[in-house]
Design a protein around this ligand. Sequence first.
Ligand SMILES: O=C1O[C@H](COP(=O)(O)O)[C@@H](O)[C@H](O)[C@H]1O
Length: 242
Amino acid sequence: MANIQVFPTPAALYHSAAEYWVRTAKRAIERAGTFHIALAGGSTPRALYQLLATEPYAGQIDWRRIHVYFGDERYVPRDHPDSNYRMAREALLDSVAIPPEQILRIQTEFPEPELAADDYAQVLQSHLPEGEIFDLILLGLGADGHTASLFPETPILTVRDRLAAAVYVKKLKAWRISITYPAVEKARQILFLVTGADKAAVVTHVLSPSADKTLPVQHLQAQGEVSWYLDAEAARKWEVTK
Ligand SMILES: O=C1O[C@H](COP(=O)(O)O)[C@@H](O)[C@H](O)[C@H]1O
């Protein structure tokens, strides 16, 4: 059963998500000495990353113990405006003391997206703690129901033998590299961040137990704790139906 929280404003959501991150990191560091987190891309998490780079949050985290991964990446150069790595770097990673070798981006320099995905699958296998388990995965939700780059009606949805894969998204005419269901499902904790009125319909569909299981996020068989942080706009239609 997921924990669903609705916040009156995006700012309230971001502050609670920053507190969640700090709590989860401290707990992991106490338990294992490290915190392995996969970041979401897109635009929603940017404000969270910016908050984490400032007080009172930044000073509560032992950044030297943090290992950062990416849930998905656009197959573009790392300084491209669409790059999820670039967004996270500008919003957070450039401002905190994570050792550079612990920032494990998806390397899009490979000549084929499949090679980049194979490389990232290896990176995850060799860097994640035993069992290839993330402490926390941050995820977003696209208006079409995609999460990470698990897009509807794409072959990546059937990949269960690798931790990362490449996917061509026809409607975007673009390649993506993404972690796969098995990588997401094993995480200790998953936190979805969803804001804005354009997500209201998809949120209602995804969170209604009786809705058709047509969207990728509905097929996620998470083994750990799942939380949804929604702002009031994104939750507007769901709150009416529940
Ligand atoms: O393309 C992407 O979309 C999703 C959702 O992004 P959002 O800005 O609408 O929240 C995101 O989670 C994913 O990382 C990104 O590559």
